[in-house]
Design a protein around this ligand. Structure first.
Ligand SMILES: Cc1cc2nc3c(=O)[nH]c(=O)nc-3n(C[C@H](O)[C@H](O)[C@H](O)COP(=O)(O)OP(=O)(O)OC[C@H]3O[C@@H](n4cnc5c(N)ncnc54)[C@H](O)[C@@H]3O)c2cc1C
Length: 494
């Protein structure tokens, strides 16, 4: 089954006047290259990473035709990066003076089920290097299936999801890599390699959450689980009970297939009260409705959500909506309906501000302590926290740069930041403090967001980062695949 690609989201590079923007991302600049004739400035979802690139190539093919196109790009004398929706926020999908490639083919091929698939209750499907989750959901939903692990929005690339090892709120899973059977990758020499747990396993583990530094993924095979009709349960929790309650609820009911937590963010109750929302299969599973886009509740939530900037009343109203009204309105839904949400639903539509995500991973028992420290740090900053969502993560036994080597609760924080130098400085200070607190509580932080962690913090959170760099250098001695993550943190790591 082949589906058409949607247009790629291109960030507004010029929007950053006051920030001294080009200095924000240190791009790798190969020596002795001719000046750029057709340079273009690209940005990512942060709107704070403008990077002048040599060219942005959109490749709308798959199979041998795509391989040929990628080989031609590799043959050029500049570095390259493969980029999908560019929702990473620190130049991870950009390379200064290099070739940015976006694969626009969105194929999804559902595989015939083997006896092993039937026994495990799974379905396998293959996607191209450019397929988005919206393509996957559209292909699987009519067949009664749903992607096993993906983010909370459907805009992202599937290959990029493996490349950042993203997670979402399906439980009881770890990062997306857990549901990936194999990837076919064009390596820096132009050779095609099949990577899996059994074949070239070291590279499979490094490329999972390896930010595209080991080559261009041109095809992958992943697992799907049955789509289901689900009913929600809302449980009131507090800052100190949400961590243990999350783990206990999932352990007590193996039927729960989606789960998240929310905490209050108005100053008076900051992080003190919360809700745990779990979804379990309804008794009636026949005649599932076809998947649609954003539901009424998501759209209705936007004005209140956006009014929260500098507005305590709106923050309290938001909580009344979230904890009082939503539980009464929320009815049965399907798994696919819950994950088929585009990012744009909550868009800020304000050119002077930008949404910045943070994410911290805490052992369930340390969550309370970290939330206490985070409250002081956030309230002591100038930043506007608009939301915190908590999720469960099973231990990641696969990826080299694992952010959840053991069971973790993920705290996803969404800030609205002014696009000014002062706000950027304040955000950096606050981020460093939040990361320190996470590390002191035995946790870690997520890599695809703003490059505000210090090198020391990276080394503490990801103890195998030097192995990662050594493997990268052995695999790609000419450093053909580069991006902002490499040049900011890894390039000169001794
Ligand atoms: C609003 C929003 C919500 C988010 N929600 C979540 C969430 O719920 N859970 C979560 O874990 N993360 C979340 N994220 C982070 C998000 O998952 C990552 O930023 C992810 O990279 C986004 O996918 P993308 O297609 O935009 O990737 P891009 O930013 O385009 O690329 C990310 C990385 O993947 C590499 N890459 C992409 N395609 C290929 C390929 N074919 N071959 C090799 N390398 C490739 C790129 O080089 C880059 O290093 C969110 C981000 C935003 C902005």
């Amino acid at each position: 089954m082949t589906l058409t690609r949607r247009a790629v989201l291109v960030g507004a590079g010029a929007a950053l006047g006051g920030l001294g923007a080009t200095a924000l991302i240190r791009g790798a600049r190969p020596a002795a290259l001719a000046p750029l004739d057709f340079a273009e400035t690209l940005n990512d979802a942060s709107e704070l990473s403008p990077v002048k690139v040599a060219e942005h190539l959109r490749l709308a093919r798959n199979g041998p035709a795509l391989e040929q196109q990628l080989t031609a790009v590799l043959g050029k004398d500049r570095p390259m990066v493969v980029s999908a929706a560019r929702h990473s926020m620190g130049g991870h999908s950009l390379v200064a003076d290099g070739h940015v490639v976006t694969i626009e083919d969105g194929s999804v091929q559902v595989q015939d089920r083997t006896a092993e698939d039937i026994a495990s209750g799974r379905l396998r499907y293959r996607v191209s290097g450019g397929t988005r989750w919206s393509d996957v959901i559209a292909a699987l939903d009519p067949l009664g299936w749903s992607p096993a692990i993906m983010q909370s929005n459907n805009d992202f690339g599937v290959a990029s999801t493996y490349s950042v090892n993203a997670h979402g709120w399906p439980v009881p899973f770890s990062g997306c890599g857990q549901s990936v059977r194999w990837v076919r990758l064009m390596d820096p020499r132009g050779e095609i390699r099949l990577l899996s747990r059994d074949q070239d396993g070291t590279l499979f583990a490094a490329a999972m959450g390896g930010y595209g530094l080991f080559g261009a993924i041109i095809e992958m095979e992943l697992e799907a689980v049955p789509n289901q009709r689900l009913a929600p349960t809302f449980t009131a929790v507090t800052q100190s009970t949400i961590g243990p309650r999350f783990v206990e609820s999932l352990a007590a009911d193996s039927g729960i297939s989606m789960a998240y937590g929310r905490l209050r963010i108005d100053q008076k109750h900051f992080f003190r009260d919360g809700m745990l929302i779990t979804y379990a299969p309804s008794a009636e599973q026949s005649g599932l409705p076809p998947v649609t886009g954003s539901g009424f509740l998501s759209k209705a939530a936007r004005p209140v959500f956006r009014a929260q900037v500098d507005n305590e009343v709106a923050k309290e109203l938001r909580w009344i909506f979230e904890a009082g009204i939503a539980p009464r309105l929320a009815g049965e839904t399907t798994r696919n309906m819950l994950i088929n949400e585009p990012v744009v639903t909550l868009d800020d539509r304000d050119p002077s501000r930008t949404d910045i995500l943070h994410e911290y991973f805490l052992p369930p028992d340390s969550l309370d302590g970290w939330l206490g420290s985070a409250r002081d740090i956030i309230l002591g900053s100038y930043q506007q926290l608009l939301n915190i969502t908590l999720r469960y993560l099973a231990p990641d036994r696969d990826s080299l740069l694992a952010y959840a080597p053991e069971e973790r609760i993920a705290c996803v924080l969404l800030f609205s930041q002014e696009k000014t130098t002062r706000a950027e400085g304040d955000m950096r200070r606050m981020t460093e403090a939040l990361i320190d607190a996470a590390l002191d509580h035995g946790g870690s932080y997520y890599l695809p967001y703003r490059p505000h962690a210090t090198r020391q913090q990276l080394l503490r959170a990801y103890p195998r980062v030097r192995d990662f760099v050594a493997l990268k250098r052995a695999h790609d001695p000419a450093l053909k695949f580069r991006n902002g993550f490499w040049s900011t943190y890894l390039e000169d790591l001794a």
